[in-house]
Design a protein around this ligand. Structure first.
Ligand SMILES: [Zn+2]
Length: 225
């Protein structure tokens, strides 16, 4: 294939390309550099991008942008790449919750599409059937937030949340549904403002249609009191 054709093919594939791997593709040396070193490097490169676009980096409004973007990448929107920021697993035993389905719905989700580096904005709904071990509800929000703070594809994000909760809770019985808008679809390309993408991952007993139905019923419950 000629180079142009490859570029076109990649462009066309866009968000349709999903690696079958649950792990975020990273190099072995990903954390050899300190956060401060990464900020330095990214800052220089953002400067280069803005410079290539012909922007005047001496302008008062623009001169702080490279540093601001670099810090935001490393500490905020891509902070979830670093395992040291992973939320601590604090679980507790509650035998009264044994066999009960617990659902945390409408968890606000901000992530970034790894194909265009544009925002993904939506809601995550997470559920599990307790084997006696439970986690605080805010914990589920923090796990969603941690994996969302990476360059992502929505399918992988959904799987990573389920896998993490399965490990924390010691059960396969975990489910996650994400309903999100991708700004790369909504604001550019075909500019479909209304569309959203729904992905789901069902583990253990959630593969059973009845448990899945229960979970989806919880999600669809009107809880605006
Ligand atoms: Zn995209």
């Amino acid at each position: 294939m000629k180079k142009n054709n490859i570029d076109e093919a990649i462009d066309e594939m866009g968000d349709a390309f999903v690696s079958p791997n649950t792990d975020t593709p990273m190099r072995k040396d990903a954390f050899d550099k300190t956060d401060a070193e990464k900020v330095e490097i990214i800052q220089e490169n953002v400067k280069n991008i803005m410079d290539a676009l012909g922007l005047d980096l001496n302008d008062d409004s623009l001169k702080g942008t490279p540093k601001r973007v670099a810090k935001m990448f490393v500490h905020e929107i891509f902070g979830g790449l670093n395992p040291k920021y992973k939320p601590k697993a604090s679980t507790f035993q509650n035998k009264y919750k044994y066999g009960e389905m617990l659902v945390e719905k409408d968890i606000t989700l901000y992530s970034t599409c790894e194909h265009h580096l544009l925002p993904i904005v939506g809601k995550a709904h997470v559920g599990y059937i307790s084997n006696g071990t439970v986690v605080g509800l805010s914990k589920m929000n923090r796990i969603v937030d941690f994996y969302a703070k990476r360059p992502q594809v929505q399918e992988r994000l959904t799987m990573q949340i389920v896998k993490e909760l399965q490990e924390v809770l010691g059960t396969e019985d975990v489910a996650c549904v994400i309903d999100a808008k991708h700004l790369c679809v909504n604001s550019r390309g075909i500019r479909d403002v209304a569309s959203s993408t729904v992905t789901s991952e069902y583990g253990g007993r959630f593969k059973d249609p009845e448990a899945r139905r229960d979970f989806l019923d919880y999600i669809n419950l009107e809880t605006d009191f």
